[in-house]
Design a protein around this ligand. Structure first.
Ligand code: SF4
Length: 148
């Protein structure tokens, strides 16, 4: 087979979660008036099936609500950010760092390879002896402090 037959295809490298984040931002920016699902699909060049799947995922995560509505003679959905998810974004919570002081992950040279989602990864918090030792040591110190 000649290599001239196979031509490289330019493929968008935007991941599913990037797309969900961008869609969430677009819905968020539309404010209380919301955005029509058909408009969202146009913005992100999605067909109605992919758009419906994307919006369905956001709805399942309780990030948005959708209301069936007649728009330009066609049924579509109006997408609005859920108030609870908007308030989560806007409320800044103080971060308590004392509970993670000394955690090995901050200085771990394998942090970039470590994943709790990837079962094939050699490095995972679920199998990490360094973090296990740190938890046991920290727990021991906490118990000592409590008992003294
Ligand atoms: S869990 Fe273990 S391997 Fe992963 S970043 Fe923390 S110390 Fe490193």
């Amino acid at each position: 087979m000649s290599s001239n037959i196979i031509k490289p295809i330019k493929v968008s490298v935007k991941s599913k979660s990037d797309l969900q984040d961008d869609a969430y931002d677009a819905i968020s920016k539309s404010g209380e008036s919301g955005i029509f699902q058909t408009e969202l699909c146009k913005v992100f060049s999605l067909d109605s099936r992919d758009g419906s799947r994307l919006v369905g995922n956001l709805e399942k995560q309780s990030l948005i609500s959708r209301e069936k509505i007649l728009y330009k003679g066609r049924w579509t959905y109006k997408l609005v950010l859920r108030k609870s998810s908007a308030s989560i974004d806007s409320v800044k919570k103080p971060v308590e760092v004392t509970c993670v002081e000394g955690a090995p992950c901050f200085s771990c040279t394998y942090q970039h390879l470590c994943s709790s989602d990837d079962d094939t990864s050699q490095y995972s918090p679920a199998r990490c002896t360094w973090i296990e030792e740190w938890v046991l040591t920290s727990f021991g110190h906490a118990m000592d402090t409590q008992n003294s």
